[in-house]
Design a protein around this ligand. Structure first.
Ligand SMILES: *Cc1c(COP(=O)(O)O)cnc(C)c1O
Length: 467
């Protein structure tokens, strides 16, 4: 399998090249040159497979010859062995035709673990094979940093440094990062806000000598491998509900568009997906695009579902590329105009075509609390604020055909956002037993001023210690 850039200028690469590169040299995102597809008979034969086996089966065509089947199978098995539920991504019924697909049973209680647990292993394997090492640096206000740390801890070829704003993350989120005491993990509490952290990370990447000396790398959501690793759970849910002989719909609380793009990819691979419902909080650039072909960037406003507080959804470029008939030049000019003008000019015909599949839905904080409360009082199910956006979106856009069930991507465990859940229900969701001692565990982090020189010095010393 080869991968091409959405902007048409970068040379094609294999899976290994795409994994290590992240972004293409022309600023585009990598996409498979063609979509692998399975027949109905092949899909049927995958019913009932354990999650890790299904994942290996579906990822095989994307990985190509970069990994042997035994290597890939070993990695998916190890990646999902740490999950706190034997089904890995269990389906829970919450209404007659609606199911919650719980993607939060990984080590940091949010869906990013589903991809990151595999990504850390893929990176480590490829780097060792090449005799290389990397240093991952990232800034986080919460979810992504902890998922990256859990994915990279104890991996021999990787050092990781995550910057978070000192005293400005929730206790659960900070402790999920700072209680990982592995030697290759370092947490930096920066005396500043999240924007300071992000600027420092950007400055490190822009410091070319430092970047190459440290072999800096990022694990952001534009990496194709992350999207690919999110495809299997959509197939897992659909097969459990009767696919390929019964179509299903998916409702996905959305930020960077990576998760819903994986559902779209599953459909490309032959899974019968009746519709994709894009749920947004008040930062609803995507929902506005779906409902009115209006993709205008606005300032980000904080909400109860912070992992969806995003104004530019980077993975949307992949869908755009497909909507424009895989025309790299058209995609490039559209993205450049979006960057320059703050509004994306998607041709009406392409948008109209997309609306046959996509439905958009926006929910504000009051609506989110009401939805958490409604679910709790009617079913006894505790949903986190992100998931609640998805369940409300599902109710608003139920397929007309009563035979089509809707699967909501439940992206975070309620205990990850206990304040909102308690405000809505009066219930404070407890942490799962396997991490009930999170508040007693030893923490380790270094507090530093937002000074590039000092922070680079820290990163260098940390990488040396591990190298
Ligand atoms: C990252 C995240 C999302 C958004 O996912 P995208 O792939 O960026 O659309 C939704 N919910 C939670 C809990 C997340 O951590």
């Amino acid at each position: 399998m080869r991968y091409i850039s959405t902007r048409g200028l970068a040379a094609p690469r294999d899976f290994e090249g795409v994994l290590l590169a992240g972004l293409a040299e022309d600023g585009g995102l990598f996409m498979p040159e063609s979509w692998p597809s399975f027949s109905a008979t092949e899909w049927r034969a995958m019913r009932g497979l354990p999650y890790h086996e299904l994942a290996a089966r579906l990822l095989t065509p994307f990985v190509g010859t970069c990994l042997t089947p035994a290597e890939l199978g070993g990695m998916t098995q190890a990646a999902y062995a740490s999950f706190g539920h034997p089904a890995v991504a269990p389906l829970v019924q919450i209404a007659p035709r609606t199911f919650s697909l719980e993607l939060f049973h990984g080590p940091t209680l949010a869906f990013k673990d589903m991809a990151m647990q595999l990504l850390g292993r893929l990176f480590d394997h490829v780097l060792k094979k090449r005799g290389e090492r990397i240093t991952i640096v990232g800034a986080t206000s919460g979810d992504t940093g902890s998922a990256a740390i859990e994915a990279c801890r104890d991996r021999e070829a990787i050092s990781i440094v995550i910057l978070h704003p000192h005293n400005r993350t929730s206790a659960v989120q900070r402790r999920q990062m700072t209680t990982v005491l592995s030697g290759n993990v370092a947490n930096l509490a920066v005396e500043g806000d999240f924007d300071n952290c992000q600027d420092l990370v950007k400055a490190m990447f822009n410091d070319a000598p430092f970047r190459s000396e440290m072999q800096l790398a990022a694990v952001n959501s534009i990496n194709w491998a992350r999207v690919a690793a999110q495809i299997p759970y959509y197939a897992y849910a659909a097969l459990a509900l009767g696919a390929p002989d019964r179509p299903v719909a998916f409702s996905v609380p959305t930020g960077n568009f990576g998760n819903v793009l994986a559902a779209w990819a599953a459909r490309q691979m032959g899974l019968p997906v009746e519709r994709l419902i894009v749920g947004a909080n008040r930062n609803d650039i995507l929902a506005r695009w779906v409902t009115a072909n209006d993709m205008t960037a606005r300032p980000v406003e904080p909400s109860l579902s912070p992992s969806m507080d995003i104004q530019v959804s980077s993975n949307f470029e992949r869908l755009l590329f497909e909507l424009l008939g895989r025309d790299g030049t058209a995609t490039r000019t559209t993205m450049e105009r979006f960057r320059a003008e703050g509004r994306m000019p998607v041709p009406d015909a392409a948008w109209r075509e997309a609306t046959k599949l996509f439905h958009g839905f926006t929910l504000d904080d009051a609506g989110t609390l009401a939805e958490i409360n409604r679910l709790w009082t009617t079913t006894g199910y505790l949903a986190d604020p992100h998931t609640a956006v998805g369940t409300a979106a599902a109710r608003a856009h139920m397929p007309a055909d009563p035979a089509v069930p809707v699967v909501v991507a439940a992206t975070a465990h309620p205990a990850k956002f206990p304040d909102a859940v308690e405000q809505a229900t009066g219930q404070r969701p407890p942490l799962p037993a396997r991490m009930a001692d999170l508040y007693e565990r030893e923490e380790r982090y270094t507090v530093l001023k937002p000074d590039l020189g000092e922070i680079e010095g820290f990163v260098r010393a940390h990488a040396r210690r591990n190298g």
